[in-house]
Ligand binder design. Sequence first.
Ligand SMILES: Nc1ncnc2c1ncn2[C@@H]1O[C@H](COP(=O)(O)OP(=O)(O)OP(=O)(O)O)[C@@H](O)[C@H]1O
Ligand SMILES: [Mg+2]
Length: 342
Amino acid sequence: MGVEIRVDGLTKSFGGAPVWRDVSLTLPSGEISVLLGPSGTGKSVFLKCLVGLLKPDRGHILIEGHDIATCRERELYRVRRLFGVLFQDGALFGSMNLYDNVAFPLREHTRRSENEIRSIVMSKIEMVGLLGAERKLPGEISGGMRKRAGLARALVLDPEIILFDEPDSGLDPVRTAYLNQLIVDLNQQTGATFLIVTHDINTARTVPDNIGLLYHRHLAMFGPREMCLCSQEPVVRQFLNAQRVGPIGMSEEKDADELAAEAAAGVELAALPPIPLQLGPSNGEPRPSQRPPGQWCADNDVTPPPGSFEPDPSSAASPVPASAGAAAPAGAGPGVAGGDGP
Ligand SMILES: Nc1ncnc2c1ncn2[C@@H]1O[C@H](COP(=O)(O)OP(=O)(O)OP(=O)(O)O)[C@@H](O)[C@H]1O
Ligand SMILES: [Mg+2]
């Protein structure tokens, strides 16, 4: 289960203005990757290119021998069935109840009977903890519930690849913790390849196997979690540690005067904080792609910051009991229906 996505030299612009250039990375099969970046750096555009909703100017997106960047509509339609997508902006159909929203991709893309559809839809609705709410309209439920309904819809065709565009935006910290646990548990259960766009640094530090950072119209970094959390690269350090000191300013990039003023004032980047333990599945069994704590550092002869990989009972990286996972919210959006919905 899960398929690799290989992105090679991808470039996208709108009206001559580049969003990013020459993005190359591999999302390993079955692993969880997180994509970070200041607002407006093109994270959502990147997800839309992966699923074929936007055409890049140049480059390749290779999935099971198909090139999403160049293939024809018919081939794209077939490859899209591999994807479940939670779009950033909700995208449930407002006039359909949750049941019909979740059933939509099955009715659109399969010839299953209504009985079969019912059993699949109810199992996904149960998985995201929405049993009992299936007859409600999106307008009648909370934002967190809408996100969970969107996740149920993204899961309904048993996708090999799941893209999450800010599933945690607008959620309170407790719900974000439940959502992260649900994501990790889903990855263990499905073995699908996950890519999560988030602004939540705690999520980025504890959930993924790999972290990427889009910054200043290019991919500044992509690699194993421990590598990125040990990085001395100023922009990576600044972003992953949510600091003001560093090259990222309020409107993306600080200018030379601002950086010179910082240097003159003697302000320096703070020391790297300890690397937290990775969030494990709630059943206590590691995911197949999960590496033992500190393995990347040991393999690469890198000394992690002091205090790394120490269990912290109050941290979000502590496993949550299995029953709690069902109460988790998640991001909204269509399954592979190929659009943001009405
Ligand atoms: N369909 C479009 N037509 C023209 N420009 C677009 C389109 N979609 C996105 N853009 C532009 O591309 C850039 C990147 O947008 P994108 O939505 O991917 O940013 P983002 O990194 O997801 O930001 P945020 O963190 O705020 O969600 C922005 O400047 C945006 O205005
Ligand atoms: Mg976005």
